[in-house]
Write a protein that binds this ligand. Structure first.
Ligand code: MN
Length: 235
């Protein structure tokens, strides 16, 4: 073997080894923490930077890490989309339910808020459905806020498009969500609000209602409208 072909063999062997290593890594950690779509202080003063840093960098990251830790036990997780995992969550254990739910819910939640200038308002199509369903846009906001405020313990409030195309406000406990095949009222999430204490306690302490009131102006209606359109077309 001359010097050139030895180099070639070494290079191709290294390439093959690195391919195996990265494939193994991918199988071990198929879930990744998405970057926030804005700076951690972009939602101030309603949501302070420290709350965002801890909520995203520690709480959400923990759901991702804990979910990756379950892949060895449930290999199907690595080849199933995050949404389809929710839809078939009854096949998994409680730890997968909590952490896959936490990863999906938070990944969605970040996109449903936006800095000033990107927030917009409900589209004519969504607005007319809100009026038809709840009486007025204001009545929808009041009912959603009430559901979020009254939810006992930790969980989420949702606006969903149900399979029959109707809109509904629902709540789920812990990290459950309306996609899961174990919750009472299922549908496609259009709007989501995290009312776990970790979402607001640093700034609002026990005053959840104040956090909810401050959250409304942050809603990224561009994103909500797009989700509504996609869900309404799909049915
Ligand atoms: Mn949270």
């Amino acid at each position: 073997m001359n010097r050139h072909s030895l180099k070639y063999v070494l290079a191709t062997t290294l390439l093959a080894l690195s391919g195996i290593a990265s494939a193994a890594d991918a199988a071990k950690t198929p879930f990744t923490l998405p970057a926030l779509p804005y700076a951690t202080n972009a939602l101030e003063p309603a949501i302070d930077a420290q709350t965002m840093e801890i909520h995203h960098g520690r709480h959400h990251k923990a759901y991702v890490d804990n979910l990756n830790a379950k892949v060895k036990e449930f290999p199907a997780l690595a080849s199933t989309s995050l949404e389809d995992i929710q839809r078939s969550i009854s096949r998994y254990d409680t730890a997968v339910r909590n952490n896959a739910g936490g990863h999906y819910n938070h990944s969605l939640f970040w996109t449903l808020m936006a800095p000033v200038g990107q927030r917009d308002m409900p589209s004519p199509a969504l607005r007319s459905r809100l009026v038809e369903t709840f009486g007025s846009e204001e009545a929808f906001r009041t009912k959603f806020s009430e559901a979020a405020t009254k939810l006992f313990g930790s969980g989420w409030a949702w606006l969903i498009v149900k399979d029959d195309g109707s809109l509904a406000i629902t709540t789920t406990a812990n990290q459950d969500n309306p996609l899961m095949d174990v919750v009472a009222e299922r549908g496609t999430p259009v709007l989501a609000l995290d009312v776990w204490e970790h979402a607001y306690y640093l700034h609002y302490q026990n005053k959840r209602a104040d956090y909810i009131k401050a959250w409304w102006p942050l809603v990224n209606w561009q994103q909500v409208n797009a989700r509504y359109d996609a869900a309404a077309i799909k049915r």
